[in-house]
Ligand binder design. Structure first.
Ligand code: DC
Length: 223
């Protein structure tokens, strides 16, 4: 049976970690849609245009060739033929991404690409609008969240591990700002789909959340 598992939620809720594990357990592909928007944001950063310059961003979007490939089970994002996986995880790119992701032209292009991937394979796909817009008929829909304090602390620990200097208060402020941006945009804002199951990871570890979702997938016959 072919299936799709949609995981939406705010930044830092653990979507990518959980989605990657689920895909491994279920033997399907993991589609990280944020990486596609990040590649688009990187393109605009490199071009030196302002995120608020709608015309310039949309022109760049038309000429951006964003492609997803799987190499050794890992999703690689190509921007005009260049592997940009190592360049899209910075705070600068992350903060710009939510501002570039507001444009309907940008969203339309990414959604088309995401739908095409899900049409050809079973997927675990994470993002902000997967259950509400990209895959409205997904087999399982999860809205994964956690308090902003918990999410900031996780991000802080991740950055410290990488040896990057950072400040917890400003990370939480950035997270709150990004949530606001993602939830208030006009085109497909971040919200829980009516038929999505709410999972709060504030007091649950990765294993527990994964098991909760696996149980839901079993109920729906994906496993
Ligand atoms: O999941 P992430 O942190 O890599 O996402 C980066 C930004 O991309 C996020 O602030 C909102 C945007 N995004 C989106 O608007 N829709 C998606 N399906 C995925 C990400």
């Amino acid at each position: 049976m072919s299936y799709s598992i949609a995981i939406d939620g705010p930044a830092g809720a653990g979507k990518s970690t959980i989605a990657r594990r689920l895909a491994q357990r279920m033997g399907c592909i993991y589609v990280d849609t944020g990486a596609m928007y990040r590649a688009m944001a990187l393109y605009t950063l490199r071009s030196g245009i302002a995120a608020e310059d709608a015309q310039a961003v949309c022109a760049k979007c038309r000429e951006a060739d964003i492609e997803i490939r799987y190499e050794n089970g890992e999703q690689i994002v190509y921007l005009n033929g260049e592997n940009v996986n190592g360049l899209i995880r910075t705070e600068a790119v992350g903060n710009r991404t939510s501002r570039v992701a507001v444009y309907p032209q940008v969203r339309r292009k990414m959604v088309e690409l995401q739908q095409k991937i899900a049409k050809n394979s079973s997927v675990v796909m994470d993002g902000r609008d997967i259950g509400t817009c990209v895959l409205p008929d997904a087999t399982v829909k999860i809205y994964l969240t956690a308090s902003s304090a918990v999410r900031a602390k996780r991000r802080y620990e991740e950055l410290m591990q990488k040896g990057e200097s950072c400040d917890l208060a400003s990370i939480e402020a950035d997270i709150i700002q990004r949530d606001r941006q993602d939830m208030s945009r006009e085109t497909s804002p971040l919200r829980q789909a009516e038929d999505a199951v709410l999972v709060d990871s504030s007091d649950q570890n990765i294993e527990e959340v994964t098991e909760t979702i696996i149980a839901l997938c079993r109920q729906k016959g994906c496993i």
